[in-house]
Design a protein around this ligand. Sequence first.
Ligand code: HEM
Length: 336
Amino acid sequence: MTRHHRHFLIHLLVLAVLVLAAPAVRAQLYQNPVNPPTTKEQVPLYQPQEKLVGTVSIPDEKLSVLVQPEGREWREFRSYWLRVVAGTLALGMLALLTLFYLFRGTIPISKGRSGRWVPRFGGFDRFAHWTTAVSFLILAITGLIITFGRPLLIPLIGHEAFTSTAYASTFLHNFFAIPFTLGLILIFVAWVRDNLPEKADLVWLRTLGGVLNKAGEHPEAGRFNAGQKLIFWAVVFGGFALAVSGVLLMLPFSVTGIGGMQILHVLHGLIASLMIAVIIAHIYIGTIGMEGAFDAMGRGVVDENWAKEHHSRWYEEQVLAMRANDGRPMHHRAAE
Ligand code: HEM
């Protein structure tokens, strides 16, 4: 064997060792990318608890930050606490509603349907509602995919399919922020007047809207009862907070630094988790939870007996308005 051959073989051997060892090294690094493994004898070389900033000669100052310890807390929130909070709230609400349904069933119109219809939501209201609702549902589903994809979807559909699912989800999540914000502005304009607090709301809240009253007695209410007003304000405040924090996250470093973005992301995740739970309850009551409710947003009209039971003051105002209008149905103010 010539010297040349010997050199060649040694190189080949070193290469083989490197190739074989690489996955093990990578696996080790991947498991613990921040703190290298330590034993009793092995003191960690480097575990900074403080921010570590160097100097850079380029204009991009933020690149001088070498270590930002809050980033670890943020990562723990992103990969653990956010999942715990969002999962507990959504599943907890589903469990509560299932129990409620088993215990109380669909809340009926106590006098049965009258067969006469009272106009409740015109085209403008329904357009505003469904624009907001459909966008929110897409935002919620894609947000949940982004949040839970790694632990839940990768084991189910594999890495490759998850890559395209996650990519599509992020795109849809960014895109549907636009109709969602538009819908929010529309429902705010259409319904804010009827959602201002009033005295009757206190009675409604004290009796929980008569929900536990088997005789079907309801406290009086105007166009929206106190429960709906709470949903309205949760949607308005929660929705705008999500829109603002979301836009700032879409434009990284435009307004805040990395610390501000971490806080915005935590707020975005927590508010979204709360809103998803609230909206699950809203969808329940608007569909199988209450007889006659869906008609209001589906066809824009409600049964007269439903109107008398759930919104007695609003019903009387509607009847008076219809009489003043020669018996023709009066659409609510927003559609005039
Ligand atoms: C499949 C989904 C949904 C259904 C079936 C549904 C159904 C309904 C119904 C029937 C009403 C009218 C209740 C009445 O006549 O008094 C309503 C009102 C309303 N909806 Fe929805 N909705 C859905 C999703 C959403 C979403 C995602 C949002 C917001 C993010 C939303 C926000 C509102 C608000 C603010 C009101 C007025 C206040 C209230 O009645 O609670 N809805 N919805």
